[in-house]
Design a protein around this ligand. Structure first.
Ligand code: PEP
Ligand code: MN
Length: 354
């Protein structure tokens, strides 16, 4: 599907004050949508939970002064009604809510009743819906579940609202496989990347924006932008300044509308490699603990019988999965060398200290 222009939704993680919202709104380029969380789904009940309903008036004021469209996160039917009554244009459903189909259905039902009574009006020279959202955006669920994400899209579509999807990763790592599956199954749904939540690190944002727009052909970005990220009341490590954002935005290409599977598959390979190596780190950690027990019990580091068991088990596994046995065993031997290495190092360190 060829799209004329990218969708950029930028603004602070949370609305903290009217001055903060106006400062970001004034920095936006034409067409950019101002985002700000009003009700924050926080892990810790003692963290900042969002400024609540009062913050909707700050978004309305920003829209009045700068004519930017606005977006906020909704997690309940009441949030939907309050946000739309305050003139918010786009609603997004966060990753935690997206993991709960009952909550998504409640939101979809609230949107549906607004759509029934919505009117079309000329706003800033364009036909727009008033008293209803322009679109609902749905983030991927926190758990890696493409079917649930697709189901949420279907719930919102049934409410009669245009839908867009946002890939925000799982925790602070990407789930390119899930985003790729969504793109394959619903190429008609605009797909945005949220590099802030995906990485949790401001330094990672420029490269992720480039990758999303230049390699993967995504339709837009949702980026956390704060006038003073180091003072942010939530997600301060992953927000960038308006100046940083402008620099990134100006370097991005126009959307090509092409879907090239190769960069996607390479992104998935990188992700799988990271998983493999992280698993290896976990293995090294277990191995280190075994090394301490061996040392304390006066056992040799290499126990030939146990090593033979490990090799036999892997050989059977390779045969069952159609992997070349010789290569598989060579990899197992290399892994074993790493393991012996960590046990030797630990033992040596202990001797030196003791
Ligand atoms: C957010 O966008 O501020 C947010 C809470 O994101 P997520 O739902 O992706 O964690
Ligand atoms: Mn955030």
């Amino acid at each position: 599907m060829i799209r004329q222009s990218s969708i950029f939704i930028v603004g602070p993680c949370a609305a903290e004050s009217e001055e903060q919202i106006l400062a970001v709104a004034r920095s936006l380029r034409a067409g950019e949508v101002l985002r700000a969380g009003v009700w924050k789904p926080r892990t810790n009940p003692h963290s900042f939970q969002g400024a609540g309903i009062e913050a909707l008036t700050w978004l309305a004021e920003a829209k009045r002064q700068t004519r930017c469209a606005t977006a906020t996160e909704v997690a309940t039917a009441e949030h939907v009604q309050a946000a739309i009554a305050a003139g918010v244009d786009y609603l997004w459903i966060g990753a935690r809510t997206s993991a709960n189909p009952i909550a998504v259905q409640e939101i979809a039902d609230a949107v549906s009743s607004l759509m029934v009574n919505a009117q079309c009006s000329m706003v800033n020279g364009k036909w727009s819906m008033v008293n209803a959202p322009q679109a609902c955006l749905i983030k991927n669920p926190v758990n890696e579940d493409t079917a649930l994400w697709l189901g949420n899209i279907a719930r919102l579509e049934a409410a009669g609202v245009p839908v867009m999807a946002i890939h925000r990763g799982c925790g602070h790592r990407p789930c390119w496989q899930m985003a790729y599956d969504l793109r394959q199954q619903r190429p008609d749904i605009p797909l945005l990347l949220d590099p802030s939540h995906l990485s949790g690190q401001a330094e990672a944002i420029p490269e992720l924006c480039r990758k999303a727009m230049s390699e993967l052909g995504l339709d837009g970005l949702m980026v956390e932008v704060h006038p003073t990220p180091e003072k942010a009341l939530s997600d301060s490590r992953q927000q960038i300044t308006p100046t940083d954002w402008r620099q990134i935005a100006e370097s991005l290409p126009a959307p090509s509308g092409e879907h090239d599977p190769l960069p996607w598959l390479r992104a998935i390979i990188d992700e799988v490699d990271d998983e493999l190596w992280n698993t290896l780190l976990r293995r090294q950690d277990v191995s280190r603990r075994i090394g301490i027990i061996k040392h304390e019990s006066g056992l040799e580091i290499v126990q030939p019988e146990r090593w033979q068991q490990v090799l036999d088990r892997r050989q059977q596994w390779a045969e069952a999965h159609g992997l070349n046995t010789e290569d598989t065993l060579a990899i197992m031997e290399a892994i074993h060398r790493l393991s012996v290495g960590v046990q030797t190092t630990d033992e040596t360190a202990k001797r030196l200290n003791g």
